[in-house]
Design a protein around this ligand. Sequence first.
Ligand code: HEC
Length: 118
Amino acid sequence: MLEFKAGAREGTVMNRIAKGYSDTEIAAVAQHFAALGQTAAAGRVTPSALADACAACHGTDGMSPGAIPALSGKSAGYIARRMHEFRADVREGTVMNRIAKGYDNDEIAAIAQHLGNQ
Ligand code: HEC
């Protein structure tokens, strides 16, 4: 985050996003997600909490209001397939390849089940 903010690291949207946060806020957000990772490892994170990480871009319950593709109305199978394709770099994207790499098979399945067909 701090690298995006300083422009030291290139991105399509993250440079813009990171500039909107103070260093203290970035530290707080980083801590929040680090804690989420630990909960996931402990197997206590709910599919709904996992899918919340997608809502920032894809909209609440996948109903994106903007340029980012909506996930609502797509099947769980479709969402899971796309996530696997992004993760394996079989399908190109601007941000999704990076994001998808943060999830294991079980988490992708849980997120897809949660968001699919809403
Ligand atoms: C930083 C913003 C951002 C976040 C967070 C995000 N996405 Fe995406 N997503 C995108 C963008 C932008 C695209 C279009 C492809 C690209 O440019 O990477 C996309 C594309 C997709 C697609 C393909 C849609 C289609 O019809 O082709 C799926 C599926 C998807 N995202 C799922 C997810 C899931 C599941 C999460 C949460 C784990 C998530 N995304 C989090 C920005 C985001």
